[in-house]
Structures are given as C-alpha cells and as structure tokens.
Design a protein around this ligand. Structure first.
Ligand code: AMP
Ligand code: ZN
Ligand code: FE
Ligand code: FE
Length: 275
C-alpha cells in the first residue's frame, strides 16, 4: 500500500485540476492520495468522482494556514465535516484576507516591476485560494522571473520588502476546530526551517494538549536531524507520524509518493475520525 497524504490542486496553488491530481496519483502507483488544498475543500467533489471512477482511495483533507505569534504554521485536517460553521467561517476569513494581501503585495511589486493583480488572477482558477505561487506565475508569464522557485528566492521571500502577511487563525484554535469538525489535525512540515521561521517544541506540546493527532515528520523540507527529532517528539507526545510529498504539480519539484504514510497510520486516522 502506497499512501500520500498531502497534495495540492488548482483549488489552491497546485497546477493539476483535482481530477488530474487523482489521475497523476494513479500513474505514480499510489493506492491512496489525500487532497489537501490551502484553506479550501472546493476540490473534493471533482477529486472524489475521479477517484471512484479509477478505483483509487481518496482521503478528504485540507491544509489550514495558521499562526502562532507571527509565525506561520500549516495544519493538515483530515476527514473534517466541510460544513462545520466555525471552521467554515475561519477558512472564509483567511481566503478573503489572502486576496487583499495578494493585492497589497502586487501594489508593492508594481512600484518596481510591470505587474497587475488581474495578471495574478489570470493564473488562478475562479474561486481558488490565492497564494504567492499565483503571483509567482504572473511574474513568470510577464517574463520577469524564470520560474516559481526563482520568484520565491527573490521577490516573494518572507523577508522581502514586498512581503505582506494575511489573516490566519491561532494554531491551537485551529486544532480545536478540526477536532470539533470531526477531523484529525496533523501538523504539516513542522521543522521546514528553509521555508521560513518554525515554532519550538513547546508550541507543539500546546497543540498536542488541544487534540493534535500527528506530525508530518517525513517531508522533503526536513533534514535527517529534523526527522529524528520529529520521531522522538511524536513518540514522547503520543502523536502519529506521517510522511507525504506536498505535491503541487509542475509548480514545485515535489513528486507524488516521494514520502509515504504506512497503512496502520491511516487506519488510526480513520479510527480517530470515526469513519
Ligand atoms: P502563501 O501561502 O501565499 O504564503 O505562499 C506559500 C506557498 O507557496 C506554500 O504553500 C508553498 O508550497 C509555496 N511555495 C513556497 N516556496 C515555494 C517555491 N520555492 N516554489 C514554489 N512554491 C513555493
Ligand atoms: Zn502551496
Ligand atoms: Fe504547507
Ligand atoms: Fe502543502
């Protein structure tokens, strides 16, 4: 059984439509794939129809943008009720704030390079969660940078003068909301320091006390030391350990199935969600 529990589609900043994502998962030899778009479940219906057609397992998930004292944290939520009002309200607030924030980033960029917000919107599907990758794609389309990686290494860095942050719920509140919505919260890439600041173990302990289910220990942005640390921390706190690709289609190097999660762990996630 090959299981990949973290992927993105065009419902957020991936480049495959939800159906294409499921087909790509099948081609990559996966038995189960989770769709975990940023702050939206809009890709679920299309992905599940294609998964059913192809006979591949689909785990309905989300990657929630969260914050802890100014540090950005990503929380995976598996098997949530997508209609839970409290959770929906937070996601809606975040998506709206992501749009104003992208407009502000573009305003700042436009002082130095020829780019408009319409060009950014042209890179995203209607209704998809807007993120810096769409701004990167607009910069590429305008011939200003070669690819997303170059954009993130220059104009779109966290510490660039063009950077603006967006609203995100407190991570402990998000853990509670995922549980309330019947889902299982797993902290995404907890030690991916290269992508920006990370939080200390004491924050992960707080999240665990609030109902965190697991840590995504196996992720390409983790060093061997981070993996060892994550395994030890998960075992100390009684958390599950997952591994996933964080595939974004052609938008990133991450390949489907490059990290996987054992079937026993997925079985535990399903038990915790009561499905
Ligand atoms: P945002 O959520 O708008 O702050 O943008 C961050 C998103 O951009 C994350 O989901 C990452 O997966 C993606 N990202 C970060 N660095 C890169 C990169 N070098 N190339 C492509 N995507 C990236
Ligand atoms: Zn992303
Ligand atoms: Fe993430
Ligand atoms: Fe992700």
């Amino acid at each position: 059984m090959r299981i990949d529990l973290h992927t993105h589609s065009t419902a957020s900043d991936g480049t495959d439509s939800p159906a294409e994502l499921v087909r790509a998962a099948r081609r990559a030899g996966l038995d189960v794939v989770a769709i975990t778009d940023h702050d939206t479940t809009a890709g679920w219906a299309e992905a599940s129809a294609e998964a059913e057609r192809l006979g591949i397992g689909l785990v309905r998930g989300i990657e929630i943008s969260c914050a802890h004292r100014g540090t950005s944290i990503h929380l995976l939520g598996y098997l949530i009720d997508p209609t839970h009002p409290g959770l929906l309200a937070e996601l809606e607030k975040t998506r709206v704030s992501r749009e104003t924030r992208a407009q502000r980033i573009v305003e700042r960029l436009a002082r130095d390079v020829p780019i408009t917000y319409d060009e950014v919107l042209a890179q995203a599907r209607d209704g998809s969660t807007i993120g810096r990758p769409h701004i990167a794609d607009a910069l590429v389309a305008a011939g200003i940078v070669a690819d997303r990686d170059v954009a993130f290494a220059s104009y779109l860095r966290d510490d660039s003068p063009y950077f603006v942050s967006h609203y995100a719920p407190h991570v402990v509140e998000a853990v509670r909301l995922v549980r309330e919505a019947g889902g299982v919260p797993v902290m995404a890439h907890p030690f991916a320091a290269a992508r920006g600041r990370t939080v200390g173990d004491e924050v992960i302990e707080e999240m665990a006390a609030a109902g965190l289910g697991g840590l995504e220990v196996h992720h390409r942005d983790h060093s061997a030391e981070a993996v060892a640390h994550g395994d030890a921390l998960a075992s100390r706190l009684g958390l599950l350990v997952t591994g996933s690709s964080d595939y974004h289609g052609t938008g990133k190097l991450n390949q489907l199935g490059e990290r996987t999660t054992p079937p026993e762990t997925l079985a535990r996630i399903r038990e915790l969600a009561g499905t």
